[in-house]
Design a protein around this ligand. Structure first.
Ligand code: ZN
Length: 474
């Protein structure tokens, strides 16, 4: 797999892999009795504004580059960063979630106790909320109730006194906040314990009426996935994940009882394969056949393991073909695009990312699968032209190019997945597709259907991550 030239990857790949010792910690397995459940309660209304369909976490940093890639004049690229999968940590780690990105205006923060400790390097200041924080070229200007102070450039931490909870941007957030000034705005990063983080993920990723077993399976998958991300970015970037679709969606605090219960019932439980945590990718709907992680959501060969080699699994039945409107709308879909629109989209993508072959592409006359996984899901498409030689494009890249980016980072949802056939018609290309999202690992609509069919959350995980063991890490 040629994969050294993604611009996004290059910007995020700075250092070489730090050695991570692989020490398996197995205290209990998921098949042991789950923690006592709270008494059944009616699910609370969602705390967040989100009511989007379940969406897919997309590992943007390692998306494959197109083939062939012409040599110069590509910019100088940093070495690839392919860390090993981490061993399950013995204690609950924290995760740094970027909730605000390159904000240009001053930001306001409050907290339940009304008092923050502001930390900047060795400086500490106790300040009364609300705090108003502005980034300037010379450093931070912090205005508190009745006083103000400036701090040097560098990360600025706001630590609520008492309960670790912050009100910001109209929502409540667990943890402490670090502000990072960048040339084009400030980032807001919440640092929070994984167990406190997860309920707000489930509240965003699943529908509140879904089954408890679907929630619990999702909790284990989301916990496993975030551990791999957290170990990967530690010391390399000022956040581990974002709160949007490019990672896994996050609502901050949530009163969603089902989400909180599912996290508590699976506390510390993660998926493990050959001693390392499984990067448990998941997506909304697989359309009846899964995709391989390597080449669609990651280029890290350490992630090419049986549990997420979903394209090598048999085609799925009793998955996301359910009769619910949302599921069926994603299970099969069509999109029609003029051939010139496809050409322009690929050209634009090629120009933005420094891929000359794509940047000068002709209008295609046909698009067809040129390589498929063993379950039939396309891995690569061949674009044919009237006069030029065909161009091969990896499936996930073609979807990203035509959509103009990935969901949550400027991309459209025109092509809901990278699994489609294409007919050439007078109106243009008609894409007939299967599923919604990248299709790797757990299929969320399928998890719900599997739960409805009477399976437990452990069985859901075994179905979608075959070969992985569920262990309690902390
Ligand atoms: Zn499915």
């Amino acid at each position: 797999m040629a994969g050294h030239r993604s611009l996004v990857a290059s910007m995020r790949s700075i250092l070489v892999a730090a050695g991570v010792s692989v020490v398996l910690v197995v205290v209990a397995s998921c098949s042991s009795p789950p923690a006592p459940e709270p008494s059944p309660t009616k699910p609370a209304p969602p705390a967040s504004v989100d009511r989007q369909p379940p969406t897919a976490p997309v590992e943007v940093a390692e998306a494959p580059s197109p083939e062939p890639v012409a040599p110069a004049p590509a910019p100088a690229f940093a070495p690839r960063f392919d860390p090993p999968r981490p061993a399950p940590p013995k204690v609950e780690p924290t995760v740094r979630v970027r909730v605000g990105t390159r904000l240009r205006k001053p930001q306001s923060f409050t907290c339940p106790s009304g008092e923050f400790t502001v930390l900047s390097g060795a400086e500490r200041w106790t300040a009364a909320a609300p705090l108003r924080v502005a980034a300037t070229v010379t450093g931070w200007q912090v205005t508190a109730k009745g006083s103000a102070r400036s701090f040097a450039v560098g990360p600025l931490e706001l630590r609520p006194i008492g309960k670790a909870s912050i009100e910001w941007d109209g929502a409540g957030w667990p943890g402490v906040v670090t502000l990072v000034a960048l040339p084009d705005g400030l980032d807001v990063v919440m640092e929070v314990g994984v167990e406190e983080y997860l309920p707000g993920v489930l509240a965003k990723e699943l529908y509140p009426q879904w089954d408890e077993d679907a929630f619990r399976a999702q909790a284990v998958a989301a916990r496993s996935w975030v551990l791999v991300e957290e170990s990967r970015w530690e010391g390399r970037r000022h956040y581990d994940v974002t709160s949007g679709e490019s990672s896994q969606a996050w609502a901050g605090h949530t009163r969603n009882a089902r989400a909180r219960e599912a996290v508590a019932a699976t506390r510390g439980m993660v998926l493990v394969f050959e001693g390392g945590v499984v990067p448990a990718f998941y997506s909304s709907s697989c359309g009846g056949r899964g995709a391989n992680a390597l080449g669609s959501v990651t280029l890290n060969p350490n992630h090419d393991i049986v549990p997420v080699r979903s394209g090598d699994q048999p085609a799925r039945t009793g998955c996301c073909e359910s009769s619910s409107f949302k599921a069926s709308a994603h299970y099969r879909w069509t999109a029609t695009l003029p051939a010139a629109t496809v050409q322009q989209a690929i050209r634009g993508f090629g120009q933005r990312n420094g891929f000359p072959t794509w940047a000068g592409i002709d209008v295609p006359i046909a698009i067809e699968a040129s390589q498929t996984a063993s379950n039939g899901r396309p891995l690569e498409y061949r674009l044919r032209f009237k006069e030029r030689n065909p161009v091969m494009i990896p499936a996930s890249r073609l979807r990203e190019a035509i959509n103009g980016g990935i969901p949550g980072e400027g991309g459209s949802r025109t092509l809901k997945s990278d699994d489609f056939t294409v007919a050439s018609t007078p109106k243009g290309f008609v894409f007939t597709g299967r599923g919604f999202g990248h299709g790797v690992g757990m299929c969320q609509h399928g998890a719900q259907a599997t739960a409805k069919a009477g399976k437990t959350w452990q069985q859901i995980l075994e179905r979608y991550y075959p070969g992985a063991r569920c262990v309690r890490a902390w």
